[in-house]
Write a protein that binds this ligand. Structure first.
Ligand SMILES: Nc1ncnc2c1ncn2[C@@H]1O[C@H](COP(=O)(O)OP(=O)(O)OP(=O)(O)O)[C@@H](O)[C@H]1O
Ligand SMILES: [Mg+2]
Length: 366
């Protein structure tokens, strides 16, 4: 049976707190296709957990609809939604063995013994936890404990797997390993997954599609590479990947595509037109304050010639990447330049020239 798709429309959640009303989730709409790995990202407090909890049935929406296949989820009690949920805190029972932790929910549901043993064993095998099934949680590493919590969610054979920052408690290396494992498992089972993280690198590494939230609103959704290449707003550009933001003014007022002037007077003239982000064109036509966004890998450094003189402040070797921080009159902040190989002569303190490709720039309203 192909996995059903989830449809969320105009989902809104308002909480009344002592200090007034909070709109935690504001008219959010998205679809998650069967078998898709969909990730919600955004800064702390932007409404990711609240959205997930409404899908799980742990929180009733203030308004809006959630449909799974043909089913109206809002009208379906949580325990009938057939969802597996994994949280940041593993919340394992310390006094139960790993086997019993995974079996717990099935026992509550009165699943017959033979079937229970079959399902728990199969799930433990899937997560490579068989060697530990007689241990208690305290005898497992953080990564193993998180695998148990994933096993516990999967043992129900859910149609939908919801994961709220499941890797947040693990160290950096284990997080990378676990996210790959999780992704492989999700593919193998063909299960629909909705994942929450505020780690943009994690989101772009594992997801089919991501949705970027900002203060309760879903700002942009799409494939990670699409969002990286064309962020709809400055917030998205800043949140997904690294970016340089250069203050600018329009070279010709009212004609933002024609070119911009950077601080110090450098004119950025594209071969065709400057790319303007989403809804920025209208606003830019009325005001001439702009911000130019350029990704670090689009910029280049050379010893002898370029668009603007600069000075190398720092050189960082990051595995397969070299990141230069340079200062130049076009930006009050250091500018990031990334290359795949170290550039000869570009040591810290060295004078250099920076080249800015206008065709890769995206212009936003300030
Ligand atoms: N039960 C509640 N009562 C009042 N306000 C709440 C409640 N739950 C959440 N909020 C508020 O709703 C907003 C969204 O919270 P939510 O937990 O969904 O954010 P989040 O994106 O998951 O953040 P984080 O990355 O920190 O986990 C926040 O401003 C939060 O304070
Ligand atoms: Mg949260």
């Amino acid at each position: 049976m192909p996995a059903a798709s989830l449809r969320v429309r105009d989902l809104t959640k308002r909480f009344s707190a002592v200090d007034g009303e909070v709109t935690a989730v504001d008219r959010v709409s998205f679809d998650v296709a069967g078998g898709e790995f969909f990730t919600m990202v955004g800064a702390s407090g932007c409404g990711k957990t609240t959205t997930l909890r409404m899908i799980a049935g742990l929180e009733p929406p203030t308004s809006g609809t959630i449909t799974m296949g043909e089913r109206d989820f809002v009208a379906t009690p949580a325990q009938q939604r057939n969802i597996g949920m994994v949280f940041q805190s593993y919340a394992l029972f310390p006094h139960l063995t790993i086997f019993e932790n995974v079996a717990y929910g099935l026992r509550l549901r009165g699943v017959p013994r033979a079937e229970l043993e079959r399902r728990v064993s199969a799930t433990l095998a899937l997560l490579k936890l068989e060697p530990y099934m007689q241990r208690h949680p305290a005898g497992l590493s953080g990564g193993q404990q998180q695998r148990v919590s994933i096993a516990r969610a999967l043992v129900y054979e859910p149609e939908l797997l919801l994961l709220d920052e499941p890797l947040a408690n693990l160290d950096a290396k284990l997080r990378v390993q676990m996210r790959e494992e999780l992704r492989a498992l999700q593919r193998r089972l063909g299960i629909t997954a909705i994942y929450v993280t505020h780690d943009q690198e994690e989101a772009t590494a594992v997801s089919d599609r991501i949705a970027v939230f900002d203060r309760g609103r879903l700002i942009q959704q799409g494939a990670p590479e699409t969002i990286y290449a064309a962020p709809a707003t400055l917030y998205v550009a800043d949140f997904i990947g690294r970016a340089n933001f250069l203050p600018a003014t329009l070279a010709t007022p009212g004609a933002p595509q024609a070119g911009v002037l950077l601080a110090g007077g450098l004119r950025l003239s594209p071969r065709r037109q400057l790319a303007l982000a989403g809804e920025e064109a209208g606003r830019l036509a009325r005001a001439d304050d702009a911000i130019v966004m350029l990704r670090p890998e689009h910029l280049s450094l050379a010893a002898a010639a370029g668009d603007v003189a600069c000075r190398v402040l720092r050189v960082e070797l990051l595995g397969g990447l070299v990141r230069y921080r340079v200062e130049a009159a076009i930006s009050p902040q250091p500018i990031l330049v990334e290359t795949t190989r170290p550039l000869p002569g570009m040591a810290e303190g060295a004078p250099a020239w920076l080249s800015l490709p206008a065709d890769d720039a995206i212009v936003y309203h300030r």
